[in-house]
Design a protein around this ligand. Structure first.
Ligand code: MLT
Length: 338
């Protein structure tokens, strides 16, 4: 090799290293706070997001999940993301509602009656409008939806089949006014408690019970501290993946598009997980010794008390009765009137 060709070769190596480092200079490893443990629906969404993000960015970007509330309570992670000190969070929609009240429409009892309803609402114009609202109200953008299934009631004391059976039980609820008022409509005053403190609360018997979907109960090993399950199915749990709007706006237009596309893949992964795993997970709970029962009379008493007392109380905070009627229309249900 001549002196001249050696110079050329080393210049080419240096140049390609520079090009690579410029290309990778804005490579990201997004930090994702996750409220639930491994094996949860939230984790399935997170895995779907990371796989798609890596593929769509040609390996440039990745993300790391911090499971089981390691980065703080779900509600705290919304604040962290809002100020840009946390990139992303996977959390239940009921823990977003205090910061952006219109998403409360998804937590109104007995509005969403199936996974298909949840998919239609979140992936259509209503989901887009609520995403816009969370950006404006809370500084976070919803980029994917986790479909976790119906929240069912668990407790350590006794089988519950009616509203009468519920009396006397101390039930933990998220710090969410809609859920607090739903239990009040059923005649008890529940105990608001952060999700990150709930297992300990059940274990030490500060509270007797709580509600969450089968997949969450399993992932969090609640069967170790809870015995009885009642399929009250009052809320279909939706758990978005949110990104700090500040972090999102700092990305290039191309990277924003990649993140949004990866979010769609994550949503699809979540629906697949629920469809494929929910029945199997219910069986695991039974094998672990939980007793699962349905409420009497197709849950009529629970439905009547909750919808009559709770829906009207929250019309204003969700954006008016017409918002609820738009949601009901989208899923083929009759409107309500004042
Ligand atoms: C809650 O009960 O606070 C949430 O549903 C927890 C979760 O994210 O699973």
């Amino acid at each position: 090799m001549t002196y001249f060709s050696r110079i050329l070769a080393s210049t080419a190596i240096a140049l390609s290293a520079t090009i690579m480092s410029v290309g990778m200079a804005d490579a990201k490893n997004f930090k994702i706070a996750v409220g639930d443990s491994g094996g949860s629906s939230q984790e399935a969404t997170g895995k779907g997001f990371i796989a798609a993000l890596e593929e769509l960015s040609g390996g440039k970007h990745t993300a790391t999940m911090f499971l089981n509330g390691q980065l703080g309570s779900e509600q705290d992670t919304v604040n962290e993301a809002a100020i840009g000190t946390l990139d992303m969070s996977l959390l239940a929609i009921n823990n977003v509602t205090p910061f952006s009240p219109t998403v409360g429409v998804f937590s109104l009892p007995y509005v969403i009656l199936s996974l298909e309803d949840a998919e239609k609402l979140t992936q259509g114009p209503i989901g887009a409008e609520l995403t816009e609202n969370t950006i404006n109200d809370a500084g976070v953008r919803i980029i994917a939806w986790t479909y976790t299934g119906f929240r069912v009631l668990t407790n350590s004391k006794k089988p519950v089949k009616s509203v009468a059976d519920l009396q006397g039980l101390v039930i933990r609820v998220p710090k969410n006014e809609i859920m607090i008022d739903t239990y009040k409509a059923w005649g008890i005053s529940p105990t608001p408690m952060a999700w990150s403190e709930t297992f300990a609360g059940l274990q030490t018997k500060v509270v007797d019970g709580q509600d969450n979907p089968y997949t969450t109960i399993n992932a969090m090993k609640f069967y170790e501290v809870q015995k009885y399950v009642t399929n009250i199915r009052y809320i279909f749990s939706i758990e978005p993946l949110i990104i700090s709007e500040q972090v999102f706006q700092e990305l290039s237009a191309e990277d924003q598009a990649i993140v949004l596309e990866a979010g769609k893949a994550a949503t699809a992964a979540s629906a697949k997980f629920l469809r494929e795993k929910e029945a199997e997970i219910k069986q695991i709970l039974i094998d672990e010794g939980m007793e699962i029962s349905d409420p009497e009379n197709n849950e009529e008493e629970f439905i009547k008390l909750a919808t009559e007392a709770v829906w009207p109380k929250f019309y204003d905070s969700i954006g008016g009765i017409e918002k609820l009627n738009a949601v009901l229309a989208e899923i083929g249900r009759d409107p309500v009137s004042e």
